[in-house]
Design a protein around this ligand. Structure first.
Ligand SMILES: Cc1cc2nc3c(=O)[nH]c(=O)nc-3n(C[C@H](O)[C@H](O)[C@H](O)COP(=O)(O)O)c2cc1C
Length: 157
């Protein structure tokens, strides 16, 4: 059976809240999905998942250090994530504060790993973005993204 994981780093809870909504939506859409803080995940844990969703607060327009470390650690099995579904999301403090560049940084790493990324022509195009704590708009985007990731993953399997 296909499986997904949502991995996040969060100091003040905003990214974690997005992660929990996306996870719930993926499960409701029929893809069994775990939700883990990046501190609980080892790089080779990723091998057992078909969809890997990564969320980071925006730190100076980029992913936070622990998320970057996770990507650096996958070099030990480079190529083995080829064909898995990837997605990203981010919380920042400001509009124009770099949340989309953060998402694109995560997506770039996923593309180098060979992962499949699904854009969204109507919702948040690159992945859900929040200004601090998720409001109702962001929660809708997280639910929508979770559903789309689950549907794509099931289709590819
Ligand atoms: C080291 C550091 C760097 C940050 N850099 C940015 C930034 O470049 N742009 C921005 O809008 N917010 C920035 N922030 C704010 C966080 O992205 C924002 O508070 C986010 O909602 C925190 O998510 P969390 O609650 O999941 O930890 C920064 C915060 C920290 C601690």
């Amino acid at each position: 059976m296909a499986k997904g994981i949502v991995i996040y780093y969060s100091r003040s809870g905003n990214t974690k809240e997005m992660a929990e909504i996306i996870t719930k939506s993926m499960n409701e859409a029929g893809l069994s999905t775990d939700c883990e803080s990046v501190e609980q995940v080892k790089a080779n844990d990723l091998l057992k998942y078909d969809a890997i969703v990564v969320g980071s607060p925006t730190y100076y327009g980029h992913m936070a250090g622990p998320i970057k470390q996770l990507f650096d650690d996958i070099v030990g099995f480079h190529g083995k994530l080829d064909g898995k579904v990837g997605a990203a999301f981010s919380s920042s403090a400001n509009i124009g504060g770099g949340n989309e560049t953060t998402i694109m940084g995560i997506i770039e790493a996923m593309l180098i790993a060979g992962m499949v990324i699904h854009g969204d022509p109507r919702g948040d195009h690159y992945g859900p973005v929040s200004i601090n704590k998720p409001d109702d708009r962001v929660k809708r985007q997280c639910r929508r993204r979770g559903q789309r990731i689950a549907e794509l993953t099931k289709k590819l399997r």
